[in-house]
Every structure is written in C-alpha cells, then in structure tokens.
Design a protein around this ligand. Structure first.
Ligand code: ADP
Length: 636
C-alpha cells in the first residue's frame, strides 16, 4: 500500500510537472516568436525609410529637377534628407562621368561633411566642406590624392546592372566605424538613359541597441545574421565587429562569435533563413537545454535571418526547482505514511498473530482453552471463542472414544474370563454328573445294605446334595455365558434373575446376607444378556460388600423388577451404610475399597447405556443404597 501510494504521489507530481512544463514551454515559444516578430518588425521599420529616401531621391533626380551639374542644389537636397531620417548616415550620387556628391554625418570639425568629386575636362577635383546643422560652413579642404571612383563600387555596379534598387551586403563604414548597408538605385533620364546611381547609407548598429532592449528572457538573446553568416546585429553589440590585423573592421562570422551559445544555436540550423517564419530549433549546450527561433526577415528583400535564443531554464527553472522540492516532499510524505501504515498494520496484525499463536497452543494442549483471551477485536474474539469451544469439545470427545477403549479392553478381559468360565463349567459338569450318579448308586446300595449304616447314608446324602449344588452352579455359569453372548436379543429377565440367584447364593451366605428377588410380571426384555447379567452381578456384589464392610445388623439385599415407561426397571437395594459422600459415583477408579478397582459402576453404566437403558443411584431411597437400571423391551 505504501509503495503504491509512493508511486501515485510521484505520478501526480511528475504529470503535473510535465504538463506545466509543456504549458510553460509552449508559452515561452509564443514569447520568443513575439520577440522574433518584434525584431523583424523593428528592423523593417528601421530600414524602410532608407529605401523610401532612396526612392524619393531617385525620383527627384530622375525628374531632372536636381542635377549633378547643379551640385550645390544636390548638396542642399541631400542635407535636408539626412536631417529628416536619423538612421541615415549619408547620401551620395555618382554619375557615369565620375562626378560624385556625398553628404554624410561627421564627427568633426562640423557635424556634416560634403565630399565633391568633380571631373572637368578630364581633370579631377576633390573638395570637402564641413557644415553646422544650420548649413553654415565650418571648414573646407581639398584632397588631390583621393582616388575614389563611385563607378567602381559594388553598389554602383549592381544597381546599374540590375537596373533596380538594391541593398548591399552589410559592411563597416570607414569613417564612423559602424556597421551599415547601402541602398542604391539607378537614375535614368528619359531619352538619355542611365545617368548615375543614388545611394543611401544606413547605420545598423541601432538595430543592435533595439535587440539589447528587447528582453526575450532573463538571459536570452536575439541577433540578425546575413546570408553569409555575418553577425549584423546582436543583443550584445560588442559581439558584432572584429578588428582585422590591418586595423580594419569587419563583421564577426557566427562561427567566430565569442558567445558559444550563439555558435551552438547555429550548428543545428543551417539554411534557416530560407525557411518560413518560425523555425523552432531546440539545442543543447553544456547540458543545458535552449530554445531557438530562426526566422527570415520577411517583407523586405534582404536575405537576413533573425534568431532568438533563450535557455529553457529561464522559463521553467522555477518549476524544475519546484519539481525537486515537490519530489522530496512527496518522498517524505510517502515514507511517513508508509511508516504510519506499517504501524497500523502491526496494530491490526498483533492481535491476529496472538490469536493464531493461542489457537495453536490450545490445539496442542499447551494452553487451557479457559485461559484469558488476548485483547483482540470483537470479531476475532468471537472467532476465537468459537474455535476454542470447538477445540474443547473435540478434546472432551477424544477423552471420552479413549475412555471407551479402556472400557472395551476391560470388556474383552471380562469376555475372556467368561469364556474360561464357560469352558471350566463344561469340564466340571461331566465329573460332577459322574459323581452325582455314582453317589446315587452308592446311596441306593447303602440303603439296601444290612445292617443299614446310617453314617454312611448321611455322608453319601450330603455328598449327593453337594454334587447337585455343584451341578447347579456349573449349569448357572454355563447359562450365563451362553454361546449367543455379545449379541443383542430378546431374553427372559426372570430366567437371568434365577441364574444370578444361584450364582450369588454362596457369596451371600459368606457375607451372611439375605438375598430377596422379586420377579417381573412381564420379564421379556431386549439386550445383550451376558452384559446385563454382568451389571446385575456387579450391583449385587457391591451391595453385599457394603453391608459386609459396615458390619450392619440388618443384612438384606433386595432385587426388585417392575415395568416402567415401556422398559423393565431393576432396583438393587441394600441395608448397608449408603454411598459415602467422599465417593464420586460412576467415575473411573473411584473406590472406597482396599482391593477395589473403581471400575464396576462406570462400566455397568456404560453397558446399560449401550443397551439402550439408564443406570443411576437413587439417593431418595435411604437408609442403605439403591442402584437402579432400565432395560428396553424392544430394539430402538
Ligand atoms: P469398586 O467396587 O471396585 O470400588 P465400583 O465402581 O463398583 O468399584 O464402586 C465404586 C464405589 O462406590 C465403591 O468403592 C463404594 O464406595 C461405592 N459403592 C458402590 N456401591 C455401593 C453400595 N451399594 N453402598 C455403598 N457404597 C457403594
């Protein structure tokens, strides 16, 4: 559970991180696109006036209103144009003959400088005039060594060749040492053809200033590159120029730029300028992810590329920090809840374990089922009780199958003895019969003898009687242990009573006890005859022994039989002292006798119960003791 929870928390943290990261990066791209579009727009607006100024100058020159022959008018016209557009560094016109007029912003001695190259009769004259903003002359100079020829300049050649307005490649202006470009357009007079080329110089360092103001992000940058990879403008203006060995200046190529991130940005984005606006390119530098946007300078015919780059962390650094913080918080919460969960589980499991251990111990008999219950849940304690009860019942019943097995062992002994008695009776009956017959023969001989020997007759008569009695005993014994022993069957209880009477006569005489039998009216019962005989003998013998041990004055044992509730009830009553209070009746090995086993009553009860009856001690009948048992009349 704790693990699942940990995963769930991590999942939530991660997905929320990923989705917010995605949303923010999306937003960041929007910002960068806007920055790129701004840079383009600004650059366009910055360059457009130069184009327009060129166009205007060309129209004026084309109209012939201002001509190179009137160089002062041209100078004044150029001066005015220069003052209206601050980003224009200079305006010039060169004609087919080599004449040249150039008005430009200057650092001194005046803020404006004019250069004239005049060809007259093949002779070339170069004049310089410096002026104030009010067009007043500050200084003049001549330069006979000047070799400048506009007609040889690339812008002149290109504009005349194409017969159209052209933008030159950017270059560093010689005098101002600032980066710039020239817009050039051919001047053509109707009917006279090409006259010359008008050109407008534009300083583009201002674009860098704008880019450095354009805050893309905390440490993002924007730049403009030419077709050849020259860095024309950059948020950091110091990046764009390099000084050559000869002291001249040129543009830094993107491959040489000192800012490694700008270099890395262009490694992946070859030919970006030719693509539609908004080429997105993400790149990596030193393990840091960067967003890049590369777009052509649309709407103006310059093959330049505007690039905006910014580290991803400028936008999502905050949420990255949050992620690690949230992950730690999630981990701490997970660990805490896992520990709490384990503690809770332990709390739940402890009573369950205690319950299991107790159940095991109870079932092994090492702990009593009555021992106090461990503190558990209500349900467990109910389950515990049910289990313990079942175990207790099982153990009780186990104690009982065991009891029965002991009883059966006893039974089998009794049966063996019965069989031995049966065999003995059989063996004895023959000699007794022989004795009896011989005594009869001897007696009749003695009676016929003269003189009659009275003593001999008396002895023989006694012998005859004894032999008959012996025969009776043996017959009774044999009847007791008849062959159908062990079987449940109908039998006549009066018959059994008669046999018991004979069997116990001598024992009763030994104890000087009178045995009284009351026969039943309806004596037919169902049961194991031998077993029931055993019970009857046991009860009579206990009664005789009780009277004898107590040396009672009144010495009588009564065996009564009567019908009750469809069964035959047998009561053995004696005039003895009654059952001692110390003795727990029907419990095995409970005996008050020195040679007693304490098994008789418990076995007798079991026998009676096995035969479908009941055996009990009737305490209401005092003095003396009365033991009763019932035998069914039919098989249940
Ligand atoms: P045992 O005869 O071997 O002692 P029993 O189970 O037959 O075993 O009897 C258990 C005890 O019950 C006797 O020792 C005796 O104390 C008591 N008892 C049984 N029958 C009588 C009786 N008729 N009168 C008095 N006490 C009796």
């Amino acid at each position: 559970m704790a693990g699942l929870q940990f995963i769930a928390i991590l999942f939530v943290v991660t997905t929320s991180y990923v989705s917010s990261e995605r949303a923010i990066l999306e937003h960041a791209r929007g910002l960068m696109e806007r920055a790129g579009a701004n840079a383009i727009e600004h650059t366009k607006r910055f360059l457009e006036p130069a184009g327009e100024t060129t166009e205007q100058a060309r129209r004026v020159l084309n109209s012939g209103l201002v001509g190179v022959k009137d160089r002062e008018t041209m100078e004044r016209y150029f001066f005015q144009l220069l003052q209206t557009e601050p980003q224009i560094a200079g305006i010039n016109y060169g004609d087919e003959e080599g004449n040249f007029v150039y008005v430009m912003k200057s650092k001194g001695p005046g803020p404006f400088r004019t250069k004239f190259i005049t060809i007259k009769n093949g002779i070339r004259e170069v004049d310089y005039i410096w002026r104030t903003a009010n067009y007043e002359v500050v200084a003049r100079d001549k330069d006979p060594l000047d070799k400048y020829d506009a007609r040889t300049r690339p812008w002149y050649i290109e504009a005349t060749a194409l017969d159209a307005r052209i933008w030159t490649d950017p270059y560093i202006f010689f005098s101002s040492r600032q980066p710039g470009i020239t817009v050039a357009a051919p001047v053509v007079l109707p009917g006279k053809g090409l006259q010359g080329v008008v050109g407008v110089d534009v300083e583009i360092s201002d674009i860098s200033r704008f880019l450095s103001d354009l805050r893309v992000s905390e440490s993002g940058s924007a730049m403009i590159l030419s077709e050849t990879g020259s860095l024309l403008a950059h948020s950091d203006p110091s990046q764009i120029q390099v000084e050559n060995a000869d002291g001249s200046l040129s543009f830094t190529n993107i491959n040489e730029v000192t800012d490694p991130i700008s270099r890395a940005a262009f490694l992946n984005i070859e030919g970006a300028g030719s693509e539609d606006f908004g080429t997105q390119s993400n790149f990596e530098y030193e393990g840091q992810e960067y967003l890049g946007l590369f777009a052509p300078l649309a709407g103006i015919d310059l093959p330049w590329t505007v690039a905006v780059i910014a580290p991803e962390d400028d936008f999502i650094g905050g949420i990255k920090e949050n992620r690690s913080r949230n992950t730690s918080i999630a981990a701490i919460i997970s660990i805490f809840t896992a520990l709490a969960g384990l503690a809770l589980a332990e709390l739940i499991l402890r009573p369950v374990r205690a319950f299991a251990v107790r159940t095991a111990l109870v079932s092994q008999g090492e702990v009593s089922a009555k021992a106090p219950l461990p503190r558990t849940y209500r349900e467990l304690s109910k389950a515990n009780k049910t289990l313990i009860d079942e175990i207790a019942q099982r153990r009780e019943s186990e104690a009982k199958v065991q009891e029965l097995s002991r009883d059966l062992a006893h039974f089998s002994r009794v049966n063996v003895m019965g069989q031995m008695a049966s065999g003995l009776a059989h063996e004895l009956s023959q000699p007794l019969t022989a004795i009896s017959q011989n005594v009869d023969a001897a007696l009749s001989t003695a009676k016929q003898d003269t003189p009659i020997n009275e003593d001999l007759i008396a002895i023989l008569s006694e012998l005859d009687e004894q032999a008959h009695q012996g025969g009776d005993v043996v017959r009774a014994l044999r009847g007791f242990v008849r062959k159908d022993e062990g079987e449940t069957a109908e039998f006549d209880f009066n018959e059994l009573l008669e046999q018991a009477k004979r069997l116990m006569r001598h024992e009763a005489e030994d104890h000087q006890v009178k045995l009284v039998y009351e026969k039943a009216v309806d004596p037919i019962v169902v049961g194991n005859r031998v077993q029931i005989a055993q019970v009857l003998i046991n009860l009579i013998r206990n009664a005789l022994e009780a009277i004898s041990a107590a040396k009672a004055a009144d010495r009588e044992v009564t065996v009564q039989t009567m019908s009750k509730d469809g069964k035959l009830e047998v009561r053995v009553t004696d005039t003895g002292p009654g059952v001692s209070e110390d003795v727990k009746l029907f419990k095995q090995f409970q005996t008050s006798k020195e040679d007693g086993m304490g098994l008789g009553l418990s076995i007798s009860r079991k026998i009676v119960e096995t035969n479908g009856g009941r055996l009990w001690h009737d305490k209401t009948r005092t003095p003396g003791a009365t033991f009763c048992f019932t035998i069914p009349r039919q098989i249940d």
